[in-house]
Design a protein around this ligand. Sequence first.
Ligand code: ACO
Length: 437
Amino acid sequence: MNENEDSVELRYKDHVKQLKIIQGTDGNKAVDISNLKQETGFITYDPGYQNTSAYKSGISFVDGEKGILRYRGIPIEELATKSTFVETAYLLIYGNLPEKKELHTFSRHLNEYSLLHEDMVHFFHNIPQHAHPMATLSMMVNGLSIFYKDAFDLEGEFTGKEPLDITIARLISIIRTIAAFSYKKYKGEPFVYPRPDLKYCANFLNMMFSNPVNPYEIADEDVKLLNILLTVHADHEQNCSTSTVKLVGSSRVNLYASICSGICALWGPLHGGANQKVIEMLYNIKRDNLTIKDVLEKAKRKSEPYRLMGVGHRVYKTFDPRAKILKDICATRLTNDRRLDPYFEIALELEHSILKDDYFIERNLYPNVDFYSGLLYRSLGIPTNMFTVMFAIGRIPGWIAQWKEMRDSTSKIGRPRQVYVGNNLDHYVPLDLRGQK
Ligand code: ACO
């Protein structure tokens, strides 16, 4: 391929095809192959979409080589320390930091739409106590479409701007109520309803940890930490779950169903489910008295499916900036006497060894966001099997923003191609003649 100003050439046999270059922000560029099949007969092959962008997007920016993450142009480090989760959610979804009045209305909506329909509350009574909270969450979020139809008319089209804003607020707010209720169900304690006098993160902690005999004191530092945790998870361009939300949403199904699909995609251990697996890995190391050397050797052996959880990333080829933020917080929060966490020491030792090991160096494998997030959720008292739920609560604004951006543009239904490698034309053989060929 020869690159000039605005196109590249693709040569095959004696043909030359000009392919347009699409220029993005900050040196981002892409070759437009959308008409390749019509004009040449070729499709492209890209397992795992390693090098394929199906969308132009202006929501988050990741530079995997430099370890940069920005939401709407603002560095994640600034948002994590100076903003709140609610303000960041607004930024992602509506494209700008809110003015005071906008933030007030958004927060009011979050309060007004935080209650789960009482008929849905009854669902919890029939869920087995030890159900995985991600299964409960995805079921409940899809179930919202049974109870709340206000953003859509019968054909599934929007009826106006205001109802969509309300659906958005309801989703962001109610996911927190569902998560807390599923914890209460697990504990066998009465549900604690959202309180209008509390802000988003404080409200969640109160719903999780207060009960009639033990009023819970909401510590400012816990609220601050939860805001940071949710903010650093809020969006991450076209990752597996976001792409799933968009692929499903591209069929014009409702927002609840699209978000439900994202929750299911996030659950997997190679994606958001890794935060639970990291703690289980650290637990096993401690319980079985494993040496870090042995663990590393096991992860490197190709004969074993074992991988170091919370390590490696499709896009980051250096430190994940979110992991850096969380590691720094661990270093202050988890080393004081009150919250001393032996798993943090193991994690540090593991990280230290990874960074010196040729296998991990050659493959650019660094700790990712999930490596340290679980340790911080633990310090808030959140149980291990809820870590991915916490990730989902954080990611909701990103999924909504990406879904909305797609729906607002002239996007097409998502429909990847395949390279067919199956049988040539064959014919049906009746059952009693099979095996006689
Ligand atoms: N431990 C050991 N080896 C690893 C790891 C790991 N955690 N991650 C990647 N590798 C190795 C692979 O074996 C492969 O080696 P090879 O080239 O010798 O075959 C090489 O590094 C490249 O790995 P791929 O799986 O091809 O990379 P890919 O980009 O497809 O996968 C992924 C990225 C899924 C994140 C991978 O690094 C992984 O499984 N990590 C552990 C799970 C995890 O932490 N997931 C959370 C990601 S962050 C998030 O989703 C929020």
